[in-house]
Design a binder for this molecule. Structure first.
Ligand SMILES: NC(=O)c1ccc[n+]([C@@H]2O[C@H](COP(=O)([O-])OP(=O)(O)OC[C@H]3O[C@@H](n4cnc5c(N)ncnc54)[C@H](O)[C@@H]3O)[C@@H](O)[C@H]2O)c1
Length: 323
């Protein structure tokens, strides 16, 4: 059985679907701080925190857990600057509790949701895994700290782990069974949907004078179903004796903010209000992943690379949710 911590969230719910489709049994632990019970459509949900040792003890004593997948974290980089304590406690301290109880129960395989935020400002693009790690906010530092803890656990206690460094997760399940819950995320595409759906008055574009083709930032949007597939491949990799390692997961294509806006206007049929604003500190012009290693070692290949498909699947999901 696979324990999916944070499996009631956006990315975890897609992995839960894929694992069940492939015949794996799953158990979900989520405190529903941002996750939704409605997104847990496969496996049993235990509502509780990964920092609660008693809850973890019960889960690991009552179930034969072979692998733990860990999505349970806070993810708003901006908030982590004003409230770092919240991030260090949940993302780092609680993860240590999880690792401690896993070790006690002899559970030795771990798949971790890391992030492109571990790299900080790109020194070159696309960035491979060897790119220097210099996170520029507490959120990125929590991800790097956990990666370092995992490496120490692997050396000292034999933990086998895979850290997957996602770039910008986007889109939703093409079968519209799960998706990102509307209204709770500061990323570009969800915010566009907030504006289209009237939850926000306008879309702010931060910086139009970058050295890119149209002056707006270029990012690497990776479809969440492609992320899900990479997790299943990571499970297989560890089951087949693969060694602990870290992998980038990106689309391979970069899209500018203006390109995303134009496609979103076409897909939604709404000519929403866009306002040009100043650059935000810490926003690099271009952020792109080199995911060659994941393709070569895990045998992974993203298949939903088209921006229109990414926006369309996200919008279809958004329209299907009644909030
Ligand atoms: N969305 C992205 O673009 C992106 C990019 C890079 C990395 N990540 C990482 O991927 C993971 C999943 O992100 P997401 O976009 O699905 O976010 P999400 O907020 O939708 O999912 C996180 C889930 O973890 C749960 N959770 C948080 N703290 C918990 C705790 N203490 N105990 C139990 N459950 C807890 C939340 O309720 C939620 O269901 C996060 O670790 C995030 O940092 C996300």
């Amino acid at each position: 059985m696979i324990l999916i911590v944070g499996g009631a969230g956006y990315i975890g719910s897609h992995i839960n679907k894929d694992l069940n489709k492939k015949g794996y049994q799953t158990l979900i632990l989520d405190d529903l701080s941002s996750g939704k019970e409605a997104l847990v459509k496969w496996g049993k949900l235990v509502v509780g925190s990964l920092g609660d040792e008693a809850v973890l003890e019960k889960i690991f004593s009552e179930n034969k857990i072979e692998t733990v997948m860990h999505f349970g974290a806070f993810k708003a980089a901006g908030e982590s600057v004003v409230n770092p304590e919240k991030y260090y406690f949940n993302n780092v301290a609680n993860t240590l509790t999880l690792l401690k109880v896993m070790k006690k129960h002899g559970v030795g395989k771990f798949i971790f949701s890391s992030s492109a935020a571990v790299y900080g400002v790109p020194q070159y693009n696309p960035m491979d895994e060897k790119h220097p790690k210099s996170p520029i906010n507490p959120y990125g530092r929590t991800k790097l700290m956990v990666e370092e803890i995992l490496e120490d656990y692997s050396v000292a206690y034999g933990l086998k782990y895979v850290a997957l460094r996602y770039f910008n997760a986007a889109g939703a399940d093409p079968e519209v069974e799960v998706g990102e819950w509307p209204g709770g995320c500061a990323n570009l595409i969800p915010v566009i949907f907030d504006v289209v759906s009237g939850r926000k008055p306008e879309l702010k574009v931060f910086g139009t004078d970058y050295e890119t083709t149209d002056g707006t930032c270029i990012r690497d949007y990776i479809h969440v179903s492609d992320l899900a597939d990479a997790h299943v491949k990571a499970v297989e990799y560890l089951n087949n004796g693969g060694t602990s390692d870290k992998f980038n997961l990106g689309n391979g294509n970069g899209f500018s903010v203006k390109e995303v806006i134009n496609i979103a206007k076409e897909v939604t049929g709404v000519d929403f209000k866009v306002v040009e604003a100043e650059r935000r500190p810490g926003d690099p012009a271009i952020l792109m992943a080199d995911s060659k290693k994941a393709r070569e070692v895990l045998g992974w290949q993203p298949i939903h690379q088209d921006l229109r498909e990414i926006v369309e699947t996200g919008w279809k999901w958004e329209e299907s949710v009644n909030i």
